[in-house]
Design a protein around this ligand. Structure first.
Ligand SMILES: Cc1ncc(COP(=O)(O)O)c(C=O)c1O
Length: 447
């Protein structure tokens, strides 16, 4: 598409400087370059996405085994998937469900039931997270009490937790954001001191360790997501982990319409002694609490199991990609804050967060549009309190959370997933270079 643009006189000088810098033959070429990169047209490159569904021969083999078995409901693949994901995260029990959101829903409902929480009780929650974290608190008729985040890791700022605790506080919802664990020693210390339960929303942070101990193993219950484009991606899917057998049984029941836990799988009445069978038959269609249908199929179990078996390959590629991006983008640190990895924990790089520094003179809108115009996909860094629905519920409270507000206004992320090639990452780096170079010229047009 040809785009006609009239250049204001004073901008002519910028076009001239871009022409000189990039050694374009004509001013028109320089102008086209500016238009394509900054203004309107999308280039025809393959999109460099924030995530990628990575299906290898192993996933196909396991899914075919499921199809051949003609067994779609909870069975051997889901059981193996649950066992493996629990043991990787140093937990004894896992309940696979159809989303990370449902994992959160059943985790909170289980604690509400067992700990006798009442409607309106409060759960501490970070002010930057995916909306389903706090939505699930609300759905359980509890109140999220937001706490600001820490400015380098973007996780809950433990120093601000205690002032949000009152007599109605029942739990801390920790979110391990973007692939890096939160400050679990401090958070667990505060929880213990105030006798609070801890739920870990680890939907974005699978496989990471904090001080040598796995995410998901600190709190009472932890929740993971395997939604498309997550580190382990099954399409839809999630899992709740715990070391408490009672919690595991209750969560499985809630995820199965509130059913008596004696019969969850169609195998549960097979090969039983007469007396056992009698009890199962009597109880297997009993519903003992309110529940949901949060079940997942063997297909997701098969994909999930295959991906867990490929975890090292997936994770190491992400780490290499992130380290390479950091090393090459470091020279722009005057303008942008790159992700850091604290020395006492891993980072599994679910994504690559970038926040524009205050007073850097860089506009997020300009940079994001430039990247998108060049087919580099971006996403906002999970703004929460400025969402229209939350403004309706909680009012205009964003200014009370200055770090979250800065991240909402200036943060975005790009992908660093395992399917990105070195050429693609070099292309992304080139585009950042172009942006900052041209931006610099434009800002200094009168210099
Ligand atoms: C922090 C966090 N919590 C919860 C969820 C919800 O997971 P799901 O999309 O599987 O429902 C997500 C999804 O990405 C997330 O990032």
């Amino acid at each position: 598409m040809k785009v006609e643009v009239e250049i204001p006189k004073e901008e002519d000088q910028i076009v001239q400087r871009v022409k000189d810098m990039y050694r374009f033959k004509t001013k028109n070429q320089a102008l086209n370059f500016i238009i394509k990169n900054f203004l309107i047209e999308k280039k025809q490159y393959e999109q460099i996405g924030v995530g990628f569904t990575d299906i290898s021969e192993l996933e196909k083999k396991y899914v075919n085994q499921v199809l051949d078995s003609e067994r779609l409901s909870y069975g051997p693949f889901l059981k193996s998937f649950e066992k493996k994901i629990a043991s990787i995260h140093e937990c004894k029990f896992a309940v696979a469900v159809n989303s990370g959101t449902d994992a959160l829903r059943i985790a909170i409902a289980c604690l509400k039931e067992t700990e006798n929480w009442v409607d309106g009780d409060e759960i501490i929650c970070p002010s930057v997270t995916f909306i389903s974290t706090s939505n699930m608190i609300l759905e359980n008729d509890l109140r999220p009490v937001f706490v600001d985040i820490e400015s380098r890791t973007y996780n809950l700022d433990y120093e601000k937790i205690e002032r949000a605790i009152n007599r109605k506080t029942r739990a801390i919802m920790v979110v391990h954001l973007f692939g890096q664990p939160a400050d679990m020693s401090e958070i667990m210390r505060i929880a213990k001191k105030h006798k609070l339960k801890v739920i870990e929303d680890s939907c974005e942070t699978i496989f990471s360790k904090y001080k040598g101990k796995s995410v998901g193993s600190f709190g009472d219950i932890s929740c993971f997501s395997t939604y498309a484009a997550h580190i382990i991606a099954t399409g839809v899917g999630g899992v709740a982990l715990t070391n408490n057998p009672k919690y595991a049984e209750i969560m499985r029941s809630i995820a199965n319409h509130g059913r008596d836990g004696i019969y969850i799988s169609i195998d549960d009445d097979k090969n039983k002694k007469r007396s056992e069978l009698k009890e199962i038959v009597e109880r297997r269609f009993k519903f003992i609490r309110l529940g949901h249908s949060a079940r997942i199929t063997e297909m997701e179990g098969a994909i999930g199991l295959a991906q867990l078996e490929r975890a090292d390959e997936i994770l190491s590629k992400r780490k290499v990609n992130a380290a390479y991006l950091i090393s090459k983008l470091k020279k722009f640190e005057k303008f942008i804050q790159l992700p850091i990895k604290r020395g006492d924990r891993d980072h599994s790089y679910m994504m690559f967060p970038i926040v524009i520094k205050k007073n850097s003179g860089i506009s997020k809108q300009e940079l994001v549009l430039f990247l998108e115009n060049n087919n580099i996909e971006t996403r906002d860094m999970l703004p929460l309190l400025n969402q229209p629905v939350y403004k309706k519920i909680f009012g205009d409270v964003e200014n009370n959370y200055p770090v979250a507000k800065w991240v909402n206004d200036y943060g975005f992320y790009i992908g660093c997933h395992q399917r990105l090639t070195k050429e693609q990452i070099d292309y992304v780096i080139d585009k950042f270079e172009e942006f900052f170079r041209v931006k610099y010229i434009i800002d200094n047009k009168n210099a």
